[in-house]
Design a protein around this ligand. Sequence first.
Ligand code: IPM
Ligand code: SF4
Length: 469
Amino acid sequence: MAGKTLYDKLWDSHVVREESDGTCLLYIDRHLVHEVTSPQAFEGMRLAGRKLWRDSSVVANPDHNTPTKDWDKGIEDPVSRLQVETLDSNIKEFGALVYFPFKNVNQGIIHVIGPENGTTLPGMTVVCGDSHTSTHGAFGALAHGIGTSEVEHVLATQTLIAKKARSMLVKIDGVLGAGVTAKDVALAVIGRIGTAGGTGYAIEYAGSVIRGLSMEGRMTVCNLAIEAGARSGMVAADDKTAAYLKGRTHAPKGANWDAAVEYWKTLHSDADAVFDAVVEINGADIQPQVTWGTSPEQVLPIGATVPDPSKETDPTKRTSIENALKYMGLTANMPISDIKLDKVFIGSCTNSRIEDLRAAAGVIKGRKVASSIALALVVPGSGQVKRQAEEEGLDKIFTEAGFEWREPGCSMCLAMNADRLAPGERCASTSNRNFEGRQGPGGRTHLVSPEMAAAAAIAGHFVDIRSQA
Ligand SMILES: CC(C)[C@H](C(=O)O)[C@@H](O)C(=O)O
Ligand code: SF4
């Protein structure tokens, strides 16, 4: 019998019951909760007179609707305020292991605070009513988004009804060139397999490039698994995983730590494991990426030119290129480096961790944001990231260059708070989605790495980070 994949191991260790058609009841270890997808779930619990099955599994925090400046003024928008206050009252009533209310010094994006507080651990099943829960798979965990009715099911029973996905190995070997980041790896994978390429699969990212990434980088890669169509992305646990977690508030301590680390060593695919699909990419071929269209798969290396629909023979693809160019206000065949920006956003659960801010600051240090840029924003992923960055003086580097240094939250990643694009505005963004209106109605989003966003802010247009040494 062939060995097991990491996904098999995580799945098998959480099956409570399996039906003859393969439908399983899976035990859920960690339940992340934010204000957008939890209100109806808590309301359902209340109406049924239920209590949480295990309130110590819940880590909660508002992030999508919270403002990123003038916190003393509270939340201006009444709908956003109601969402956030509802989460407050629900957690008060039902309980949680960790709750960082609005303005708490540790508040942040749920996918940033989970790992940094040691509440995401290898071997766990992690769910949240949020598609970017795939981020947590970076720890050798089975992590994916769930719908609001499933949120209620997990709150009530600590289980989820699920069917196993097929397994896909995305193996990236070799070494990355200078200036090429985890974000470029993630976008290059999507460029290769498409946004539907991972549909029905659980992706394991492996190979020397993935091993070489920091935990922050692995989180960036897994964060974008959902944009490749896979609900979950994962990376085997290793020494870096343990080193990242050691000493974190909710990580195991003492003898429990030692036992946990021993167990975590088993959380990798066996050498003879068989995957349903395998994609191999040479890390040396990956270049800094920029999305030019309205889907993450509409992505090209910085040195490329914008696609020409007249050269596309497939009529469906031709129409989608034409539509994207029209929405994005771009001309066929123009160099990507000629695309001029109005705004720059460094943040989101993809790229708002300390390593991302260090990398962006490294590009910006001693330089100024171009006068043509209307707004350049840096939004740390959490209060902890913000404090660390300030200790290192990164905030000064950003503000001296002309960036605004904000409070943590989802911010301009999506238009659910005050940070958004005006119609027609063009933004270099370190986030993960670029569909029409994502950052505000009529807004135009180009997804890039923090380094590429920083360099674009200085130049006013996209530039090859490799020419900026
Ligand atoms: C609001 C939430 C449900 C949504 C998600 O599921 O991912 C959001 O976080 C996003 O990034 O689009
Ligand atoms: S930062 Fe963006 S992608 Fe991440 S959870 Fe918030 S809205 Fe979703």
